[in-house]
Design a protein around this ligand. Structure first.
Ligand SMILES: [Mn+2]
Length: 309
């Protein structure tokens, strides 16, 4: 019997933090899985990449899902892992996510090293990633990796499996820039990106010129580009403070509480509004692993956030 949900942020292979957090939430490891007598954990995705214990993380979450003590949605890093592994049906010898692009390999390198690239375990884990839903709509709450975006969700719903996992055809289409599937999966797993005004760009943390910015879709007042753009202050300062056109603003989120991860937040964990909470506080950059203990409330409160350090 499930009486409440504990929604858990991006773990990125930091299994030690997961263990601390699960204990803090009252879970115990019995019969090979972490369990709670009356609660279920929901992971927001991005179990892998970066951290030192990616296999332990995947194994722990997988055994929790098998035991019924957890659910997990697909993060962009799991989607990338699938696309890295899957051959491109149109290009013999190539994969859906090109292996020769340096950034692709760099981002995925730790996972490949830990799992053993091309091993049987690698295949098995990718198969498990393919079983993960793009989102969970539990009625009273919703969970998605990066953005609850109704147009993308409406487009994807008739095209994904009944359990909200992604069919192979959509992995292929979703890896081709410019296709509707690419835009829809990108919105849900990586967030909304808008073009900056004509002629305007800024340099990101790697020094690359960017003509697009990800936006704070959860904020009701997105009146300038600088307010709308996501990033640390030193980055957003480089984005012009020009009016943000109405036509680019997503409608304000209305609906039951929605939980997500993905955005590398910093500082003391807190909810964003009555019905939006980001649970990614950068555990892979010395931040805490964060959970929200949900007990049926319709208005979220920062008092219910729990973290690992
Ligand atoms: Mn992510």
């Amino acid at each position: 019997m499930v009486f409440g949900y504990d929604i858990i942020g991006d773990v990125h292979g930091h299994y030690d933090h997961l263990e601390v957090l699960l204990r803090r939430l009252g879970y115990r490891e019995t019969d090979g899985a972490w369990r709670h007598p009356g609660r279920q954990a929901i992971f927001v995705g991005d179990l892998i990449d970066r951290g030192p214990k990616q296999l332990q993380t995947v194994n722990a979450v997988r055994s929790m899902v098998d035991a019924g003590s957890a659910r997990c949605v697909l993060g962009n890093h799991e989607f990338n892992a699938i696309a890295w592994f899957m051959p491109d049906p149109a290009l013999p010898g190539q994969h859906l996510r090109p292996h020769d692009a340096r950034d692709n390999r760099r981002q995925h390198r730790e996972f490949l090293a830990q799992v053993g690239e091309g091993s049987r375990l690698h295949r098995e884990i990718v198969e498990w990633f393919k079983s993960l839903p793009l989102w969970i709509d539990a009625g009273a709450i919703r969970v998605v990796h990066a953005c609850w975006h109704p147009p993308s969700i409406d487009w994807l719903t008739p095209r994904i499996h009944a359990d909200s996992s992604v069919p192979d055809t959509l992995h292929v289409e979703g890896s081709r820039r410019g296709r509707p599937a690419y835009a829809a999966i990108e919105s849900v797993c990586k967030g909304l990106e808008v073009p900056l005004p004509e002629g305007v760009s800024f340099r990101d943390k790697d020094g690359c010129a960017r003509q697009e910015a990800r936006i704070k879709w959860w904020e009701p007042e997105l009146d300038t580009y600088r307010k709308a753009a996501i990033g640390p202050p030193d980055l957003t300062e480089r984005i012009p403070d020009l009016p943000f056109p109405e036509g680019l603003r997503p409608p304000p989120y209305q609906g039951p509480p929605v939980f997500f991860g993905h955005y590398w937040f910093r500082g003391k964990p807190q909810v964003l509004s009555d019905n939006c909470a980001c649970l990614d506080y950068s555990v892979a950059k010395d931040g805490p692993l964060v959970a929200y203990r949900w007990d049926g409330e319709t208005r979220l409160t920062s008092k219910r956030m729990v973290w690992s350090r």
